[in-house]
Design a protein around this ligand. Structure first.
Ligand SMILES: [Zn+2]
Ligand SMILES: [Zn+2]
Ligand SMILES: [Zn+2]
Length: 132
């Protein structure tokens, strides 16, 4: 059963117009700025639903916060700038092979993995270097 349809659509739209990953609080704030009366708890729930159905990617920031992004479908990985939030979607055949092999060597089947790389993007690296 699907509840809160307009809220979900509002969250989905806000998410697709956002570049990079965003937290539920961040998305709630930007929805609020556009005059939406949607509540924070509803944003949390809608994001979790979208992620569960594969309509959004979710990941944990190094600080342990859940972040979301409307992503291309299919399995992929992310490079994420921890300063500005720039996100690059990457494919990593080496990781796929390694994950399969590592799982198989321990007798695991149906292995899944989440690999996201946090760092400083080129722009932020240059700015950080310039500031020194
Ligand atoms: Zn993605
Ligand atoms: Zn950056
Ligand atoms: Zn992978």
């Amino acid at each position: 059963m699907k509840r809160n349809t307009w809220q979900r659509e509002a969250v989905r739209e806000a998410l697709s117009s956002t570049e990079g990953f965003i937290s539920a609080q961040g998305l709630h704030l930007s929805l609020h700025e556009t005059g939406s009366p949607i509540g924070l708890a509803t944003v949390y729930r809608a994001l979790a639903d979208l992620a569960a159905e594969g309509d959004a990617d979710s990941l944990q920031s190094p600080e342990g916060e859940s972040l979301y992004r409307a992503c291309t479908t299919g399995h992929h990985h992310h490079l994420i700038c921890r300063n500005c939030g720039l996100t690059v979607e990457i494919e990593a055949d080496e990781v796929e092979q390694w994950a399969r092999a590592a799982a198989a060597s321990h007798g695991f089947t149906q292995a899944q993995h989440v690999v996201d790389v946090f760092g400083l993007c080129a722009g932020c690296t240059a700015k950080a270097a310039g500031a020194e």
